[in-house]
Design a protein around this ligand. Structure first.
Ligand code: GAL
Length: 413
């Protein structure tokens, strides 16, 4: 009796002392596929280990289009979460709304300016104050290949778009699907940007899709990009409309399809399915894009809280950049750590290639922000460009019309 009362008293005391330092973190994200869910579970675990309560605010839908709509509603109603998955130029847009908290205290204490690549650090700042914490670096211009499908079809892994056409035709003749794809605007744009990069090269990509230069957008190279996209589109199956990206990845995993054009979150699905790169699947650059790198950096913005207590928010940011989390999260997610000088020894060959290419392309000037993943354009322009690409892929719009419409879409504010 005595001892059980004591145990109870101790338990109550523990709960109270824990509450005194712990808080709740409500985190909006869209990581709901197999590989994504495994990755974010590591963050929940680490936050719980620090005594915080994790309130999951997961909104399904690849690339976060649904999540962004829900986030706006929550913020407008004066009830923002602790943190939300927001990336690239949108961080500035949210900064301008005056609803974010600053992470400067933790950033200074943990020397973020020296542990992050400068281009990443500056994206995380609004008016020189850290308002976001980066999670990883994803490479977008990948092609995921099932070597067994290629073998059965007697096809060769393509390094140009002409070779791609040949290989895809052989795979179809052998009774399989050439390209696994999900017809959603962001997935369509993901394919488009790799085609554009493969056709036009890094300088063209930068001028057209980062600087939104009218002459580059309205050029024969853009026309050729649309024509090539139409060819690629012919190698997708009739069930693609609306399909989720991870279901398309599953088609490559189980040998229904030969290839998928997708960022390396697709590798998270191969990993979750127990597959080995180089053996069960190959990661190669999309045709013609081997010397360039389109990047997509996930990050979380943090919101100012009514009670002004940022202890849990700061702990969250510190955990995200901790070497231990960077390692375990990125091993599952398919991306590479965003911290400079991270230990890559446990990572597979695809990640090692990504890491080496990130450094090499940065030096060569061919490290490029992925516009399909919110890294390059203002959100209004990005939405309009994506919609145009989708309507091109799902109609018989001519390539000439598409170029003219692209010019208008890219100027949308
Ligand atoms: C991207 C995001 C990735 C990945 C993907 C599919 O925009 O950066 O982390 O999860 O969407 O949901």
């Amino acid at each position: 009796m005595q001892s059980s009362r004591l145990t109870l008293a101790l338990a109550v005391a523990c709960v109270f002392s824990l509450n005194a330092v712990a808080g709740e973190v409500e985190v909006l994200h869209w990581w709901t596929s197999g590989g994504e869910a495994k990755s974010v579970a590591e963050l929940k675990k680490m936050m719980s280990a620090k005594g915080h309560t994790w309130k999951d605010f997961a909104v399904a839908g690849g690339a976060g289009d649904n999540a962004m709509t829900v986030l706006k509603t929550r913020v407008v109603s004066g009830n923002p979460p602790t943190a939300a998955q927001v990336k690239g130029p949108s961080i500035q847009e949210w900064g301008g709304e005056g609803v974010l908290a600053t992470l400067d205290a933790v950033a200074t204490a943990e020397k973020w300016d020296s542990i992050l690549p400068p281009v990443v650090a500056s994206t995380m700042k609004y008016k020189n104050h850290y308002v976001a914490v980066p999670v990883n670096v994803h490479r977008v211009n990948w092609m995921w290949v099932n070597p067994e499908v290629f073998k059965k079809a007697g096809a060769k892994v393509p390094t140009s778009w002409a070779e791609f056409d040949e290989a895809a035709t052989k795979i179809e003749k052998a009774g399989m699907i050439a390209v696994a794809h999900g017809g959603q605007p962001w997935q369509d744009a993901t394919v488009f940007e790799s085609v554009a990069l493969g056709i036009g090269g890094a300088d063209f990509y930068k001028k057209a899709f980062v600087q939104l230069d009218a002459a580059a957008l309205n050029s024969p190279t853009t026309l050729k990009t649309f024509e090539t996209l139409r060819m690629v589109r012919k190698h997708m199956d009739k069930d693609m409309p609306g399909r989720d990206w991870n279901l398309a990845t599953a088609m490559v995993i189980n040998g229904k399809a030969g290839m998928q054009f997708m960022g390396d979150w697709a590798k998270g699905e191969f990993t979750a399915a127990g597959k080995t790169p180089g053996k069960d699947y190959l990661c190669v650059a999309a045709p013609g894009t081997d010397k360039a790198y389109t990047f997509n950096i996930d990050s979380f913005i943090v919101f100012a809280q009514k009670n002004k207590d940022l202890k849990a928010t700061n702990d969250f940011a510190s955990t995200v950049l901790s070497p231990a989390f960077q390692q375990v999260f990125n091993l599952n997610k398919g991306s590479i750590p965003v911290r400079l000088g991270a230990d890559m020894s446990k990572f597979d060959d695809c990640a090692k290639k990504s890491s080496a290419d990130f450094v090499a392309t940065n030096k060569a000037g061919s490290l490029l922000p992925s516009f399909a993943h919110g890294m390059a354009m203002p959100s209004a322009a990005q939405g309009a460009v994506q919609d145009l690409i989708s309507s091109f892929m799902n109609s018989n719009m001519s390539s000439q019309d598409a170029v003219a419409k692209l010019l208008v879409a890219a100027k949308k504010k």
